[in-house]
Every structure is written in structure tokens, then in C-alpha cells.
Design a protein around this ligand. Structure first.
Ligand SMILES: [Zn+2]
Ligand SMILES: [Zn+2]
Length: 856
């Protein structure tokens, strides 16, 4: 590839011996000499061809990909030069015409602009949508492209007029009023990972912010987690206590500067400071603090690190002893830890990274990406025991970058465990005084700073399925981006569920989901929930006039709604109906048609008092019909059976008519005394009590939970008998099923409105007797469930149901299942809607509650 600027041929110019062509170069047309191309290329040259231009000559004919590559190369090289000659920023107005109102166009613009590090505003006007944005010229070009290429499904962009404007600066974004009377909203941005320019300055000894752990600009840095009030300016952030020095103020006031009106900026003279606190020693500050922390990590210490949205507990991910000690102190059981590595090249050594995954990994949101672990990766086994995946993230603050060390620094660990600073189950610690108490027994040292965190915000977690992002936990980098709603809703607060709790406020055509709060099983989490809700109301200006909550009478979230309703009506929403509604809303279904909702999860309160979780609904927002469900089996002793999958295995064996106690006839392949692994896992005394419970129904609730069926199968196969975090058994079952291509699948028994797992359980036992390996059995089970989903949808459609299918519920975090189910449905000609922006688990439930409450 030659060095040059790419352009697209508009036309050949008459005369000049056929040596000139008119070429569009980044929006402006230039005459270019094509004499250096081969004669064949000259003759064949036609409108739309791409050429690389150097010194006025077209030097090479390339395809679109080649042109993009050339441009990307130029942008990289041009960065340094841009600083001196040209303004680093431009401001442009885009007037967008077409069907762009009422189709979620403004939130789309806001989300896209934020992702590109642009600031400004978007508003409807009489003719369409007007966008004013400023930022790096390349990012503005990219926005222009995406306005066409990635507009929301219901939008039709007919034209975009572009105009250059005077720079205004700033780090905020405003969604403007409609001419109608809807009020303007200033929206807070999510926290954004350190940009390339700031990283370059961070490592440049000649820059005045060399090694400044809080370097930031208009394109990056903290936002959501430091905003204390609106409108958003420095005084309304936790940077209020850091008056700018003269040099910073000069940058802040200069329209040609990358820090023009950037609220959180600072420097070594005026910004926040780092400090390493070691018990019994004088604290050290600045670069010495970072160096000492890195050294301590290398030596096996556990360090509490104050980051963007709270404290992490960090240790060397390659040091088994350190990781095991962290587990012990955190009382963490087997739940996997995420790791942070310095860059994506290091990540390549640990995990397999696809194209879409890499984009997420080093994008501005910097979530934890779940990736398949490479065999032999240099990570302690105790980081993610029994788990086929590893959660990996890259540094997202300058302090993280410094913690890994710049070129020439004493090296630290290659990979750091970075887990929320808390005891298992409690919310993340973010307050310094609290950290002193709650982290005292957990960390050996504390790397802290004096910029307060206004609201805690955990790391987000995502994975990629068939090239598309699937949220697992939507938090830092995503909250508080709005979600466009398919119709107007009154000011509403939805409180979600008790696990993976989030809340949602909504008004008009927007909904805002809070950051991840945690499981509502202790007082601290309930309090954190209240704080998150308050902050969200403050940032969005929504004053809810009604509430929505799960129909479960015992949920703490529902109780919270009752306590805080203050006379406002509370709509209760059936759990699985909310799951289906959330996905319908994400995909812009406007409520005029229904979908077949296949919602598989662990637990949800059913209308008949049973624990639902293997449900087929035909639903719109207003109402739903339960058209089929997994046959009930008794769930004996509630939580006991959730934590001990062998109990579910025994319940399913009994429901399938298989005797636990007798050695299986004809069995030679089963280990030991030929008793199934799940039976052996259950202590004899417990087995007797369980048998009695199942016989009499004492202490039992009927359940149609698909999550529990996955648990049962995991125990049947001897994969996992006891869990200590949610979905552990299913995750490990998925892990062993991966990579097995099995054509034959187990079949469920489908009667009119009930599908039975009994034949599947019997087939699994037969396969176990025949010595079939567990990976094959696990794969056959996954394929069986996917086939079942296809059959259920076909049956619902034949019964007059629609041909759109929604897949939702925590079971669909299982990539093997989600992929196979989607393919099965596509083959039957269905439109398949799956969660993308919001997690399929209860973390996305609150959005569905908003829509159901509004429609009802
Ligand atoms: Zn920056
Ligand atoms: Zn300063």
C-alpha cells in the first residue's frame, strides 16, 4: 500500500489526454492526474472507484477496504500535526430530513455522538432533526456516515445538510425540545475511557501532564460518576473542590484547545492526587504511590484501588496464592474474577478475541468482555475455576495505565484480577471513609485519590453472539444512556427485580436504566438502590407519577416501591411478561402487534403462585396469554434446591419415573456402585427427607423453571452438584457442550400447553448407562432445548400466534443455546428478537415494567 490520501472517482475530465479525473477527497472535489496508473487501469477507471493520491497523482487503484485503511493510517499519523496547525476540533450542524421524528432518532444521535466522543445537542425542528456537534473532524465524518448507515429501524433518512459552525466547546450533550412543548433535557454522558490523545500526552515526558493519573479532555474521562447536579458544569461535579490553575484555565477558555470547556480537567498543579496508604507507614503520593503499588502487586499483595466508579480489589492474576487469598478474604466461593491487562496484545495471549469482541474491548465504553480462555493461558486456576471463559478488560483510566507501567518502568504483573471492592453480595465500596472500614480486612494496601465519586458504578459485562453484542451487566460506560421508547409513557419509575437489580425512569419517548446495583439481599444494597434511583431522577429531570414493580409479593424491590410510593399508584407486572416487553421495546415494537415470548429463566412469580421460568407467552405490552410451559416439578425447600442442583436432579428423576436408590439395570459403565452421580451427591439423610417432601408435597412449590432443569442436567452429568453463585451449574454445562457438534438431540414431550422434560431425563440416563461422554450428552441437551424452542414457536403460530419470536430470560445468556435457538427459529421463517442493549437477565426487567405499566 502506497502512502497517500484516498479519494473516490467522480468522473473523468474531458481532454488532457485522458490523464485527469475529478476525485472526491473527504468531501471536496479535486482534479487528480491518473497518468501513473497502468494503461488498463486508466481506461477502466470509472465513477465510484477508489484511488490513493500522492502529490496530485493517483498512484494506486484500491477497493473500499484499502481506502479505509489508507485513511486510518493518515489519521494516526496526522494526530501530532493536527495539534499545531489545525484546530483539533470542529463544530458542525447536520440538518437531517426524512422520517426522523418519533422513531428514536434523537436518542440514537445522542448514543452515537457519545460513543464518538462528540458533544453538542440534538433537537427536532419543523423539518426534521437538527444536530449540532463538535469534536475531532474524523469523528464528525464518522457521525455523518452513521446517520445514514445505522439509523434506527423505523427511520428513513432522505437527506443530510452539513454546515460548519464556530466552536463552542464543552463536554455536555443536550436533547433539545420539540416544537410541541416537550421540554429540553440536558443529558449526562456515561464515563468514557481515556482517549488516544490523552494516552499519548500521559506518556510524553515533554507534556505538562506527563504521568498525570487524572489526565482527561473533552473526549474522555469521568462524567456520570462525578455529576452531582444539573446543568452539568464543573461546579456541579466532584471536581468542584479543585479550582483550575492558570494553565488549565487557559486551555479551558481556548476554543482551539482539546480541553475547551471540558469540566473535569486538571493537572499536576491543580488536579486530584493519588496516595498509597500502607498500614503502619507514612502514605506516599504521586508517581511513587503508583510505583509502590505496582511493586506490591508483583510481590503478591492485595491492593484496594480507587477507580472511576468505586474501589477494586486487585492482585496478580498469575499468582495462585494471591488470588486464593483474595477469594478467601472476599468470601467469594467459585465466582469468577475479571482481569485487566495493559493492552489487547496481552489479552490475545489469554483469550481468543474475534473482531466484534476486540472493538468492544478497546472501545470507549471498555466493558469486561467474556472471552473463551486459551488453553495454557498464564492465569491462576483460581481466577475463574471451572469456567470456560475469562472476563477481560483494558485500562480505562490513566491511573490504570500507570499502574501497568509506561515504557521503561519496573514491570508489574501481566494481568491483574480487578474485582469490585466489597464482600460477596454487598454493593461496591466508593466512599473513602467507608473504604477505610469495609476494606480494612480485605486489602493490604490502598491506592486512593481525593476526587470524590458521586455515585458508584460497577464495570459492565458483555459477550458477543453471532457478531452482535449481548449485555450481561449494563453499567459503567453505558449508564445513563437513554433508550428510545416505541410510544409515549407518563413519568414512571420501575424498580426491577431482586437479582441483578437496576431501576428505570421514563418519560415521553425516553427511558433511562440505572447502573447495576446488585442483589437486593442486604440492607446496604437496598440503600444503594435508593441512592441510584435518586441520582437517576436528578440527571434526567423525570419526576415519576407512577411506579411499576414485580408481582412477587415478597420481593424487596416491590417492598421498596410500596414504601416510597407516597400515594402514587404502583402497577404490578408479571415477571416474564416484563422480560418479553423489555425486548419488544428494545426493538421498537409499538404495541400494535403481538410477539411469541419464549422466556426461560430461573425464577419468576407466576399468576398461580408457582415458580415460573419455562414459559411461552403470546404478548403485547398490555396483556399476555401463557400458551405453554415446562411441566411442573416440585421445588423442595426453595433456596436449598437452587443452591444444590442435585436436589433438582432427584426431583426430575422422580418425575421421569426413575428410581434413585436401585442400581440401574444393565449398567456397567456408571462409576462406583452404579448409582447416578446426583444421587451419590445427596447425603442419605437428606435423600430420605427429600423423598418424603416430594411424595407429600411438604415444603414444595411447583416450578416450571428452565434454569432449574439446566441445574438438574448439570448434576445428572456430575458436572456440578452444589453452586455458590447464580447460574454456575448452567455456565459449566454450557462450557462442556461447546465445540461438540451433535446432530441428534433429546426430544421433549409436547402436549397442547405443557412440555415435559421426562423423556429427556430418561434419554440422558440411558446415554449415561451406555457410556456416552458427558460433553456429547450436554450438547444433545442444548440442541434438544433449541429444537424445543422451534417447535413451541411453530405450535404457537399454528394456534393463531404471530410470527415474531422474542427470546428473553437469564437462560439465554447461554451462547450455545441462544445461537442454536435463533437458527432453529430462523429456519422456520420467524422474525427473531433477542436482547442486545439490555441483559436478557433481570438486569433488563425494569424497562419491560415501564412499558407494561404504561400500556395497562
Ligand atoms: Zn482525552
Ligand atoms: Zn492545572
Amino acid at each position: 500500500m502506497c502512502l497517500g490520501i484516498p479519494g473516490q472517482v467522480v468522473d473523468k475530465v474531458e481532454g488532457y489526454g485522458g490523464q485527469l479525473a475529478l476525485v472526491d477527497v473527504v468531501g471536496s472535489q479535486r482534479r487528480v492526474n491518473i497518468g501513473m496508473l497502468s494503461e488498463e487501469e486508466q481506461t477502466g477507471l470509472t465513477t465510484g472507484d477508489w484511488v490513493v493520491i500522492h502529490m496530485g497523482f493517483a498512484v494506486e487503484l484500491v477497493d473500499k477496504a484499502g481506502a479505509d485503511k489508507a485513511l486510518a493510517g493518515l489519521e494516526m499519523m496526522g494526530r501530532g500535526r493536527d495539534q499545531q496547525d489545525a484546530p483539533a476540533r470542529e463544530r458542525r450542524r447536520f440538518a437531517v430530513h426524512g422520517v426522523v421524528q418519533g422513531v428514536g432518532f434523537r436518542p440514537f444521535v445522542y448514543v452515537t455522538a457519545t460513543a464518538l466522543g462528540l458533544t453538542g445537542s440534538v433537537a427536532n425542528d419543523a423539518e426534521g432533526v437538527v444536530i449540532e456537534v463538535e469534536g475531532a473532524p474524523g469523528a464528525l465524518d464518522e457521525l455523518a456516515r452513521r446517520l445514514h448507515a445505522e439509523a434506527p429501524p423505523l427511520a428513513a433518512v432522505s437527506s443530510v445538510e452539513v454546515e460548519d459552525l464556530e466552536l463552542r466547546g464543552g463536554t455536555g450533550f443536550v436533547i433539545g425540545a420539540t416544537h410541541g412543548g416537550e421540554r429540553a433535557r440536558t443529558l449526562a454522558s456515561p464515563d468514557v475511557a481515556t482517549c488516544a490523545d490523552c494516552l499519548r500526552e500521559l506518556a510524553d515526558p515533554d507534556d505538562r501532564r506527563y504521568r498525570h493519573p487524572f489526565i482527561t479532555c473533552t473526549n474522555c474521562g469521568p462524567r456520570f460518576s462525578i455529576i452531582t447536579a444539573l446543568p452539568y458544569d464543573r461546579a456541579a461535579t466532584t471536581m468542584a473542590g479543585f479550582p483550575m490553575c492558570v494553565a488549565c484555565q487557559r486551555e479551558y477558555d481556548n476554543p482551539r484547545d482539546r480541553r475547551f470547556h471540558a469540566q473535569p480537567i486538571g493537572c499536576h498543579d491543580c488536579g486530584p492526587r493519588l496516595e498509597l496508604v500502607t498500614p503502619g507507614a507514612e502514605p506516599v503520593s504521586g508517581q511513587r504511590a503508583v510505583d509502590a503499588a505496582r511493586g506490591a502487586l508483583r510481590d503478591g499483595a492485595i491492593v484496594a484501588v480507587k477507580g472511576l466508579g468505586g474501589y477494586h480489589l486487585a492482585c496478580d492474576a498469575g499468582n495462585d496464592q494471591a488470588v486464593a487469598e483474595l477469594r478467601r478474604r472476599k468470601r467469594r466461593g467459585d465466582k469468577p474474577f475479571a482481569v485487566m491487562v495493559a493492552d489487547s496484545a496481552t489479552a490475545d495471549e489469554l483469550v481468543d478475541i474475534g473482531e466484534a469482541e476486540r472493538t468492544l474491548l478497546d472501545g470507549v465504553r471498555r466493558p469486561i468482555v467474556l472471552l473463551a480462555r486459551r488453553p495454557g493461558a498464564a492465569i491462576a486456576e483460581s481466577v475463574a475455576p471451572g469456567n470456560p471463559d475469562l472476563g477481560v478488560m483494558l485500562p480505562y483510566t490513566p491511573m490504570h495505565t500507570l499502574l501497568f507501567g509506561l515504557d521503561g518502568d519496573e514491570p508489574g504483573p501481566r494481568a491483574l484480577v480487578m474485582t469490585s471492592g466489597n464482600l460477596g453480595g454487598e454493593p461496591i465500596v466508593y466512599d473513602d471513609a467507608e473504604a477505610l472500614q469495609r476494606l480494612a480486612g480485605l486489602a493490604d494496601l490502598r491506592l486512593r485519590h481525593d476526587r470524590p465519586i458521586e455515585v458508584p458504578c460497577d464495570d459492565s459485562v458483555v459477550r458477543v453472539v453471532d457478531g452482535a453484542e449481548l449485555a450481561v451487566r449494563r453499567s459503567r460506560g453505558y449508564a445513563p444512556l437513554p433508550i428510545a421508547l416505541p410510544f409515549e409513557v407518563p413519568p414512571t419509575l420501575a424498580v426491577g427485580a431482586d437479582l441483578k437489580s437496576t431501576c428505570c425512569v421514563a418519560e415521553g419517548r425516553y427511558a433511562w436504566l440505572s447502573q447495576h446495583v446488585g442483589d437486593m439481599d442486604d440492607l446496604a444494597t437496598v440503600q444503594a438502590f435508593g441512592a441510584a434511583e435518586q441520582h437517576l431522577e436528578l440527571l434526567t429531570g423525570v419526576t415519576p407519577t407512577q411506579l411499576a414493580a414485580d408481582a412477587h409479593p415478597g420481593y424487596r424491590s416491590s417492598a421498596w416501591a410500596r414504601t416510597h410510593a407516597d400515594g402514587r399508584p404502583i402497577h404490578t407486572v408479571q415477571h416474564h411478561h416484563a422480560h418479553v416487553a423489555a425486548v419488544m421495546a428494545e426493538h421498537g415494537m409499538d404495541g400494535t402487534s403481538q410477539a411469541i415470548g419464549i422466556t426461560f429463566d430461573g425464577t419468576g412469580y407466576g399468576e398461580d403462585g408457582a415458580v415460573w421460568g419455562g414459559e411461552v407467552l403470546v404478548a403485547d405490552y398490555k396483556d399476555f396469554r401463557r400458551v405453554a410451559h415446562l411441566a411442573y416439578v416440585p421445588l423442595a425447600g426453595g433456596d436449598a434446591s437452587v443452591l444444590r442442583p442435585y436436589r433438582m436432579a432427584l426431583a426430575h428423576l422422580r418425575a421421569a419415573g426413575i428410581d434413585w436408590a436401585t442400581a440401574l439395570p444393565g449398567d456397567t459403565a456408571l462409576p462406583g456402585d452404579a448409582v447416578l452421580a446426583c444421587v451419590a451427591a445427596c447425603p442419605p439423610a437428606e435423600r430420605d427427607v427429600l423423598a418424603h417432601q416430594l411424595d407429600t408435597g411438604f415444603g414444595c412449590v411447583p416450578t416450571s423453571s428452565m434454569g432449574r432443569l439446566f441445574d438438574a442436567v448439570a448434576s445428572l452429568l456430575g458436572v456440578r452438584h452444589v453452586v455458590d453463585y447464580e447460574a454456575q451449574a448452567a455456565i459449566e454445562l454450557e462450557g462442556i457442550a461447546r465445540g461438540v457438534t451433535s446432530t441428534d438431540a433429546y426430544s421433549f414431550d409436547c402436549a397442547a400447553d405443557i412440555f415435559e422434560a421426562a423423556p429427556v431425563i430418561r434419554a440422558i440416563v440411558t446415554d449415561l448407562r451406555a457410556g456416552v461422554d458427558t460433553a456429547t450428552i450436554a450438547a444433545r441437551f442444548h440442541t434438544g432445548v433449541a429444537d424445543l424452542i422451534g417447535d413451541l414457536a411453530v405450535a404457537a403460530r399454528a394456534d393463531g400466534g404471530p410470527d415474531t419470536v422474542v427470546l428473553s430470560g437469564g437462560v439465554f445468556q447461554n451462547v450455545v443455546l441462544l445461537r442454536a435457538a435463533r437458527h432453529a427459529l430462523l429456519e422456520e421463517g420467524f422474525t427473531v428478537l433477542v436482547p442486545t442493549q439490555l441483559p436478557p437477565n433481570d438486569g433488563g426487567l425494569a424497562l419491560g415494567q415501564v412499558l407494561v405499566a404504561a400500556a395497562g
